[in-house]
Write a protein that binds this ligand. Sequence first.
Ligand SMILES: [Zn+2]
Length: 370
Amino acid sequence: MKNFRNMIAVIGILITASIFLSNSTYASGGQTYEVSPDSLNVRSEPAADSQVVGSLGKGNSVMAFNEKYGWVQTYYGGEEVWVAKHHLVPVGTNSQDQSTVSQSTTDTITVTASSVNIRSGPGLDYSIIGGAGPGNQYYLVETSGDWYKVDLENNSTGWIAAWLTDSNSSETHVESVTTNNSSNDTESASNGSLNGYTIVLDPGHGGKDPGAIGLGGIYEKELVSSVASKVENQLKNAGANVITTRQGDYYVSLDERVTVSNSYQTDAFISLHFDSYPILSINGVSTYFADSTDRKLARDIQSSLASSVTLNNRGIMQGDYRVLRDTTAPSVLVEQGFISNPGDLATIQTADYQNKVASAITNGLIEYFH
Ligand SMILES: [Zn+2]
């Protein structure tokens, strides 16, 4: 029996190896990396808060065919997926791709997010010792999990979340990424139409609070994170100053969300959610407001949504939500479909739908302010 098990194990390894070999052929010309940690999450998007779709182990090979924001895109189970580049070691230097090789040896990082905290340790629980903005560059001293230890000006060091930075420390690279994003999305709002406006984006739930749990066990908090990053990009494309109440999968209380919004000169507060209901046939998108003064904002966003997505238009509704009631800025809560409805769920998981929602919210805000 023992020999038989060993044989099965060997066959398993051979099958795994052949999968990686076929991937190599598929993505020929790219840089090959080896996974360094014992276990590495495979994600659907180049972001630490995107959905985990699988896992790789120490020594596994990764063929990169694209790189973005410190993430490497590869194939996994036939799907296009992303893994964090700082957990990968380049192997078999490929002369066809010198740029990738030189980027992988870089020891500086560039902040890509709008407002980044520098902390005393590698985690959100550590105290904030400073701040950084887009384009700020730092020398990388050390990596711990998803955190970078960097040199600060005053001869001290601090920690920055890796997912808010780009380790390919070239400004042209960052610019080309931005250009690609806008050219890929024909529905992007025109640049500058939200210039001077501060929008607080509130991705619902997070951490210990998964929000609603939909068919197939999908978490509302994960879908919300995925949409939020797209909305954030579109709003920034339109010139808005965007503040998000959470930027990863961690718990933020309703009070904290309200405090964030009320501590800025916020022009609009947008809370992002998905709906759920025990009757599976209930479907569609709706926008909630609490104060009657916010009815116009709700109407502008809902009509923009209704004209750009195919889901059932449930209209605007008044709801006594804490984040709407206690925020001083005009505020709405957008329910972008039912994760308890099979039709809605199939649609809302697609990047196409999420991009349309992002454009619709952006265009609704432009309509509201002009
Ligand atoms: Zn929710």
